[in-house]
Design a protein around this ligand. Structure first.
Ligand code: GUN
Ligand code: ZN
Length: 428
């Protein structure tokens, strides 16, 4: 494959800006990234790279900003078609909109259609990696992995397991089927191309203790796999968990008691946590995932970004509970929610959450999420003047942070000038 040298502004994070401040990132006003065999081979000043690699094919993105592709650490691809459904809170929303739609994934053709549509929507919004829930149907996992393979994307996904009578009969498996199906899918897909299998009990209320234990046993057999689930999203849900698991100390304990708490665990939402739950998550080295548009859309509550001091935090859309496919919109919502908690997240912190932060949560920090030699060449190129409103605000900027913040707050898919997946441009 010919080397490709892409030019534009670059922001390369050497470390975590929550720890080291905005200086964690190096900004090149006229920078470049050399792409070779699907990976980043060099990052630096445009002139220097042009001189060093005179035969590379050059693509000049002008003033646009080259960043690592966005990473959505928690989404439900089967809910793509029901995004922006009106007027419900979590449990009613699941019963009214989500479960009937998820039932349609028994049809492999429908699953393939929505899987492809979802990944195309994500790419159009600059997202190059997603960790997605599927449905109880094994074919729904095959569909998203096949769609990812066709696009060369790094994708994580798993069969969503539910066996309790709290879920509708048409969407239930059993403890044994959850174990057998998940194991077969893991064997088929985990580590194939750029794909990772994620063990996925939906959440404690829709699983029996037997199913949670079966999936805990599977995780113990494959500890390198991630395990994703939901935790303490809404207060009604927590009360429900308490009634279904009377012996549990708290919501997190329903997972821990069944082998579903560990360093490769990803706990979505994690809004209304007890001090003991925070301590345990931190002690075991687990990660939580902040889904800000979902938390305001379904009326769940305000995530505490202060948790970052204790544990890894990923950022995610949680579509279709989330109201946008865009990680720009998701960063804006994270900013707004943190403001309500008295914290003003810096643009460097927001961009880090959507790239390096999510990648750390997904334990992929050595592969994606940074503009650094050796990392896979999944990139997004942002037009920082994509609409008249953004352009006039960005025109006043003195720094790259002031220049990018209007795009974070007001940008959408019009801001995505180009996306590269494993070094290949997605738009012709
Ligand atoms: N909790 C259990 N399932 C879901 C889901 O599909 N979406 C959200 N937002 N929360 C959940
Ligand atoms: Zn979710």
């Amino acid at each position: 494959m010919t080397d490709r040298l892409i030019l534009g502004q670059t922001l390369a994070f050497a470390s975590d800006p929550f720890a080291d401040g905005p200086a964690a990132a190096t900004h090149e006003r006229r920078g470049g990234v050399l792409l070779q065999d699907g990976r980043i081979a060099a990052v630096g000043a445009a002139d220097g790279l042009r001189a060093l690699y005179p035969t590379a094919q050059v693509t000049d993105h002008g003033d646009a900003l080259i960043l690592p592709g966005f990473v959505d650490a928690h989404a439900h691809y089967p809910q793509t078609a029901i995004i922006a459904s009106w007027g419900k809170r979590l449990i009613d929303w699941l019963n009214t909109y989500t479960f009937p739609e998820e039932a349609r994934f028994a049809d492999p053709a429908y699953a393939a259609d929505v899987a492809g549509r979802t990944l195309d929507l994500l790419l159009a919004h600059g997202t190059t990696t997603v960790a997605s829930y599927c449905t109880i149907h094994p074919g729904s996992v095959d569909a998203i992995f096949a769609a990812a393979q066709a696009r060369g994307m790094r994708v994580l996904a798993g069969k969503t397991c539910m066996d309790r009578d709290t879920a509708p009969a048409f969407l239930r498996d059993t403890a044994q089927a959850a174990y057998d199906d998940s194991r077969a899918l893991l064997t088929r897909w985990h580590g194939v191309d750029r794909l990772s299998y994620v063990i996925t009990p939906r959440f404690s209320p829709t699983s029996t203790p037997e199913q949670l234990s079966a999936l805990g046993a599977l995780w113990a057999e494959h500890p390198d796999c991630l395990m994703q689930t939901h935790l303490s999203e809404q207060t009604d849900e927590i009360a429900w968990v308490r009634s279904l698991y009377p012996a549990a100390r708290d919501y997190l304990d329903t997972y821990e008691a069944h082998g579903l708490l560990g360093p490769n665990g990803l706990y979505g939402h994690a809004i209304h946590l007890e001090p003991r739950e925070i301590d345990r998550l931190a002690e075991v080295g687990a990660a939580v995932v902040h889904c800000p548009t979902s938390n305001s859309f379904i009326g769940s509550g305000l995530f505490d970004m202060g948790l970052r001091a204790r544990m890894r935090v990923g950022l995610a859309t949680d579509t279709g509970g989330g109201s946008s496919f865009s990680m720009l919109r998701t960063m804006a919502a994270a900013y707004e929610i943190a403001q309500l908690k008295g914290i003003a997240l810096h643009p460097s912190e927001l961009l880090w959450l959507a790239t390096g932060g999510s990648v750390e949560a997904l334990r992929l920090g050595d592969r994606i999420g940074r503009l650094a030699p050796g990392h896979e060449a999944d990139l997004v190129v942002l037009d920082l003047a994509s609409t008249p409103a953004i352009a006039q605000a960005a025109a006043r900027a003195d720094t790259i942070w002031e220049a990018v913040f209007p795009t974070i707050m007001m940008g959408d898919d019009r801001a995505i000038a180009q996306v590269y997946v494993a070094g290949r441009p997605v738009r012709g």
